[in-house]
Design a protein around this ligand. Sequence first.
Ligand SMILES: [Zn+2]
Length: 314
Amino acid sequence: MRSVFSIQKKQRLFTQTAALLSLVSLQAPTHTSAFAPASFLLPSVVTPLFLSTAATMPETLQVVQLPCLNDNYGYLLHDATTGATAAVDTPEAGPYQAELRARGWTLTHIFNTHHHWDHTGGNLELKSSEVSIYGPATETIPGIDRPLRGDDEFEFGGSKVQVIDVGGHTKGHIAYYFPDERKVFVGDSLFALGCGKMFEGTPEQFWGSLKRLRSLPDDTMVYCAHEYTQSNAKFAQRVEPGNAELLERVKEIAAQRARGEPTVPSLLGLEKRTNPFLRCDVSDELRANVGVREGDSDAEAFAKVRRAKDTFRG
Ligand SMILES: [Zn+2]
């Protein structure tokens, strides 16, 4: 009798576990990558449904990360409820067209972050009467329908989107922040362990932009537009070798790249603690290593970190 009871108990446990796993799998694909293993899925998206409350409703916004050109990332955002589908930047049309076809999605929006060709090059090929192109008001964006400025807000599917002015890499650069989903699409303003080159803006402008990004919650996922992390890591390590968490991160990045995995997106909290460009005003070691003097403003400190990176030959 005891063994029968034991088998029944095991079967019941198995059934409960299988049910739980099927619930988890309903939520798992909220972030998928064309080349990421399952471990790349974020822990935050696999909360079992039965633990969800009104405050932690299942996410409906799916993000697909697309490698484009040599080292760009494009993103497809899909709102499962309304079917709204957006490309964040368009380095080239081909990977988007293939992904849209494979998933049976129809593109409805393009969100451009700035005017560089490797962010807008696919705009006109992807544009149709169903596609509305959003982009910075002060830059030349092919096919633009909706010019945006910092602090503008709009709805995408069921999500609220806030526009953040992140000028500096280019003067009119904007980021798209989804506050409820804790995701920010930053283009070339902020990279994992780095930031974009200052092609058009001033140090004051760029530093102000980085501070705006830094003010977002630590659990915000940062989706940047290039896989530059490993080379950024060499510079970060050189200017702040005493940062133990940075050294740990550098090791993890090397392991991820060795496995052929992306290092993007990354958690903003981790960037705050390890990215030298977000630490110009907080790390004495970093400031000393790039020659920040007493009396330098924080923007001047940023300019010195940026200059040191521009001339760094790792
Ligand atoms: Zn750029």
